[in-house]
Design a protein around this ligand. Structure first.
Ligand code: PLP
Length: 390
């Protein structure tokens, strides 16, 4: 990437970690055996996969048999939701602020979507009401999915509180969390301890794109999405990407080891970024109080500004940012997350997500403050002039 770019889109994808690339290289190059085979080259590859699985299990705080490698966070989410309904029937439930990788399978299967509060975290009373409502109608909730960290505004969910509600009102349901945005900032052991399934995506913590993990608790058996060779103990068929698996483990171990340090370092940069912008730009609003969010996300709204125009100017000045989640950016509709939080359309249209990561520097932050302040001032000026001219 051009070293002059200011990259503040780490929630979309972050820089690959050197340790992951180095560990992947031999498996992508010379050690290319298929780990499902029985000869020497296959056994060498299988040992690498087994070791990587052990390392991932250790960071997540589960047994190796509870780690399933998938092709991405989206697949992990679909496996958890669609796989559960395929295996045991019943109703899927999720929060309205979920990533589309959860929201779409839930709605596709006729499930229930639960309100969130103004910070984007699921409303526990509404969750309780929805679970009760399904059983009052003679139904049965089979899976509840609530994200650990929201990918747009960065809000952290109190999953222990969610688990309390689910265990009380839908004791047979499996609780899934999309922890794709959590791995760099939260202790995954604490999260996995209260859920039955947990999704991760390697490219969000410095591993390769096209690699995901679904933690599936022993005794929890979603129906596989992919049938075939029976890899991953029959839970996910398809020839194992050995380099991808090794890179995922290396990146996750690195993210885990530096987490405490990075939470403090990046948290201070995020505070400086938000304070710098809000003091320079009168119309800037911090969307969610930063005490409720992970350190890596700064979400701001500039009411009256079109974020498409803002992103265009930022891009011209070498700043990479996002309006909403990467998958939704480019669409004119305000984000479903902000709509679910009750943010009015005029404010939501001026939304900007700046996401920080392991390569973010003080210089990035100072440049971003001046680029954003200048770009918003320009757009405010244009809007003012077009009102006068009109
Ligand atoms: N879930 C969340 C919360 C995400 O932020 C993303 C990606 O933006 C995904 C799921 C999808 O992950 P992947 O890109 O690995 O399919």
């Amino acid at each position: 990437m051009d070293p002059d770019l200011v990259y503040l889109d780490h929630a979309a994808t972050t820089a690959p970690r050197r340790v992951a690339l180095d560990e992947m290289r031999p498996w992508a190059e010379s050690q290319f055996g298929n780990p499902s085979g029985s000869h020497r080259a296959a056994r060498i590859a299988r040992r690498a996969v087994d070791e990587a699985r052990d390392r991932v299990a250790d960071v997540i705080g589960v047994t190796s048999g509870e780690v399933v490698f998938t092709s991405c966070g989206t697949e992990s989410d679909n496996f958890a939701i669609a796989g559960t309904v395929a295996a045991v029937g019943g109703t899927a439930v999720c929060s309205a602020a979920e990533h589309h990788a959860v929201l779409d399978p839930v709605t596709h299967l006729g499930g229930v979507v639960v309100h969130v509060g103004s910070d984007g975290a699921v409303d526990l009373d509404a969750l309780a009401g929805s679970l009760q409502g399904v059983s009052d109608r003679g139904g049965r909730v089979s899976v509840v999915s609530v994200m650990a960290v929201n990918n747009e505004v960065g809000t952290v969910t109190d999953l222990a509180a969610v688990a309390d509600v689910v265990r009380r009102l839908a004791p047979d349901a499996w609780l899934h969390t999309d922890a794709v945005q959590a791995a760099c900032w939260l202790d995954l052991r604490a999260i996995s301890a209260v859920v039955d399934m947990m999704s991760l995506s390697a490219h969000k913590f410095g591993g390769p794109k096209g690699m995901g993990v679904l933690m599936v608790r022993d005794g929890v058996n979603p129906h596989p999405l992919l049938l075939g060779g029976g890899q991953e103990r029959g839970r996910r068929s398809g020839t194992t990407d050995v380099a991808g698996v090794v890179g995922t483990a290396a990146a996750l171990v690195a993210a885990d080891a530096e987490r405490d340090h990075e939470v403090a370092r990046v948290g201070a940069l995020r505070d400086r970024l938000i304070d710098g912008i809000t003091s320079a730009v009168e119309i800037a609003v911090e969307t969610v109080p930063r005490a409720s969010t992970v350190p890596g996300v700064a979400h701001l709204c500039f009411p009256g500004i079109e974020n498409e125009a803002l992103l265009f100017l930022l891009d011209q000045d070498g700043l990479c940012a996002s309006a909403a989640s990467a998958c939704a950016s480019g669409a004119m509709e305000p984000s479903h997350v902000l709509a679910a939080m009750g943010v009015d359309r005029r404010t939501a249209t001026g939304a900007l997500r700046l996401s920080l990561g392991h390569t973010t520097t003080v210089d990035d932050i100072e440049s971003a403050i001046s680029i954003i302040s200048a770009a918003v001032a320009r757009l405010v000026d244009i809007a003012g002039r077009s009102r006068v001219d009109g």
